[in-house]
Design a binder for this molecule. Sequence first.
Ligand code: FAD
Ligand code: NAI
Length: 475
Amino acid sequence: MSKNFDVVVIGGGPGGYIAAIRAAQLGFNTACIDEWQNDKGGPAPGGTCTNVGCIPSKALLQSSEHFEHAAKHFGDHGISLENLQIDVAKMVGRKDSVVKQNNDGILYLFKKNKVTFFHGRGSFGKAVEGGYEISVAGKTAETLTAKNVIVATGSNARALPGVPFDEQKILSNDGALRIGATPKKLGVIGAGVIGLEMGSVWRRLGADVTILEGLPVFLGAADEQIAKEAHKAFTKQGLKIELGVKVNAISTEGEGVSIAYADAKGAERTLAVDKLIVSIGRVPNTIGLNPEAVGLQLDERGAIVVDAECRTNLPGVWAVGDVVRGPMLAHKAEEEGVAVAERIAGQHGHVNFDTIPWVIYTSPEIAWVGQTEQALKAAGRAYKAGTFPFLANGRARALGDTTGMVKFLADAQTDEILGVHIVGPMASELISEAVVAMEFKASAEDIARICHAHPSLSEATKEAALAVDKRTLNF
Ligand code: FAD
Ligand code: NAI
């Protein structure tokens, strides 16, 4: 087997495995090294996203949503169920098999595209003539040489200072996806994406969930109007969200977990829970990469320093995904991976940071692309806004899911779409139309003039575009 490669990718998450496939498609002799192990010690490529992130969380969200529908909404359709139960072990087993299908799919794609896969930890050795030496420490040790290296080593959950994850009571995303029985009381620190998604899963299955958030505002990155609507919906569902808290101490003595915190008014409070998910953001991961060996530059947060095109300070070394600046999203990592492979081939890789969509897979889902209304106001940009509620959408009524709205923000003079924000059913799918529109620099009028199928949720998008000029037809 050749040990000399044109491209060696370290990390097999969405950034790394996609970069490796694209590099191989472009004719490079490519290797991908990934150290993730399944329960049997075998390879499990796909990174955080596949193993303990996007995929398993969506599997559990789906199962728990089915359960909640059966428990609370089937009756409206005339469907009655007796003795409804959830077998959490089976639900978690299904999630594991969905993960495995994805792991196997990536190994198949490597074979199909002739990417050589190494299972183990990759680390920098020394710079050599025309490239770098990369060691792989797995069941066997190997030394590879690479003309180009793409680092895609991802991120790890951030722990609260002095409160390490034990994955039994103090859970990172990993432990949160492995809970074997619905806890009576679940605490979550951080009302961000993971807190809301995982909090929703266990609330739907019957847990009493309290989320403690440090910031005084809810979902500060989202459009304020949309965040407000989402907050209202989550509170109505029974998620307890406390904003503006300061966590002072956490104790795991005794049976559960006790959290001492000051609430928004400064009053001292204690929350007792069976388990605590800590979801306060993630940190870039370069553990074991040995960046010092070659002088690879990191910033003060531990992220690999890259330019707008993912070039590091070293010739021929690139970095993509969660380990570099920018949003920690799988699709952002993938786009960077493709763009870097294409740049190595002398092509013009393209990532438009202004049109990266965000989705939170709660119910209602939250999705957005572009700028928020508060950001436009702060920038002093003249804009027009249009909203359309799902309550006035026929398909949403038929689905029985009328929470939320679509909101358009467009330039006051040119009508160019500046941002689209959705809270409501299938927001994750609906947002794609807005991404396409913004990528093509469309105006709100462009969307308003496109024929949308009836009855469909996407009609709410068209109507919100019409609302920009105050000419909705159905509201
Ligand atoms: P990773 O996916 O973290 O992959 C890095 C890989 O590199 C890992 O397999 C790791 O083991 C390996 N590695 C690290 N160091 C080495 C080394 N030295 N040698 C060999 N291998 C190494 N994003 C979305 O867009 N949508 C979602 O719905 C979504 N849901 C999420 C849910 C949760 C609970 C979490 C935690 C994250 C979620 N994310 C989601 C974020 C998403 O998972 C990340 O943005 C994405 O995985 C980043 O991809 P990456 O390739 O940069 O890194
Ligand atoms: P996050 O950044 O989304 O949210 C963290 C929250 O914790 C913030 O609201 C922050 O103010 C709060 N916080 C921080 N320190 C705190 C403290 N000491 N006490 C109380 N609150 C505190 O991070 P999260 O949820 O951990 O997710 C990490 C990343 O993973 C996300 O930013 C996102 O990039 C990715 N992800 C994406 C998903 C998606 O696309 N659907 C799903 C899950 C994760």
